[in-house]
Design a protein around this ligand. Structure first.
Ligand SMILES: CC(C)(COP(=O)(O)OP(=O)(O)OC[C@H]1O[C@@H](n2cnc3c(N)ncnc32)[C@H](O)[C@@H]1OP(=O)(O)O)[C@@H](O)C(=O)NCCC(=O)NCCS
Length: 179
């Protein structure tokens, strides 16, 4: 009980807010995700025209310790269709801060925001071998609905095209009634 209270108090000190341009270097996590520099910049630009919402968890005195992106609109309408269905991705918490409820809290904030915008479904892809993340999503009410071949490509920070293949499960969750 005391541990729960401590963790609850800890989570309340974390500011879950929208990404600002000045946060972009912090999303590279000391070099681990430098290859996604262009991807993050493009996503930030999409967020500025209202196509996506980029969340970060900001710990006072430390900085960005988590991130969660949401596309409101995607070419693939089964993932995000601009008004009822949104797609979450690029979700990660810094290793030292995992398993203390922060990921769950970020997902709650994201869902509350989508509900207010009138969205009623959230979709995501989880790697087939990412058992821990899948367990978390199942606990939060997501269900597997399809297989995804997980093929995508991006241009890295050196301008080189990188092809990724990560077979995944598509999961989705109903978050509210259509008004
Ligand atoms: C997936 C990820 C974002 C989850 O973030 P997190 O902050 O660890 O998430 P939570 O702490 O809310 O939940 C993780 C587990 O900790 C447990 N937990 C939560 N609060 C807890 C607490 N107070 N005490 C002990 N355990 C707790 C949860 O029950 C959960 O267990 P479960 O999944 O078996 O249900 C994080 O593990 C991560 O960054 N992983 C690497 C990147 C990744 O795989 N991203 C997902 C891509 S699809």
């Amino acid at each position: 009980m005391e541990t729960d209270t401590f963790i609850q108090q800890w989570i309340e000190t974390i500011d879950i807010r929208k990404v600002q341009k000045s946060d972009l270097p912090a999303l590279e996590w000391d070099g681990e995700f430098t290859r996604f520099r262009e991807v993050y910049l493009m996503e930030f630009e999409r967020s500025q025209i209202g196509s996506s919402i980029l969340w970060v968890a900001d710990k006072p005195g430390i900085g960005v310790i988590g991130q969660l992106f949401v596309q409101l609109n995607a070419e693939r309408q089964e993932l995000a269709n601009g008004h009822t269905r949104a797609y979450m991705y690029a979700f990660r918490i810094r290793p030292a801060y995992r398993n203390a409820g922060l990921g769950t809290r970020m997902m709650q904030v994201m869902e509350e925001d989508l509900r207010r915008r009138g969205f009623c479904w959230v979709t995501l892809n989880v790697g087939k071998t990412n058992y821990a993340a899948r367990r978390l999503y199942s606990r939060l009410g997501f269900r597997v609905v399809a297989h995804e071949d997980g093929r995508w490509s991006y241009r890295d920070d050196k301008g080189i095209l990188q092809n990724v293949e990560e077979p995944a499960w598509r999961m989705e969750k109903f978050i509210s009634r259509v008004l």
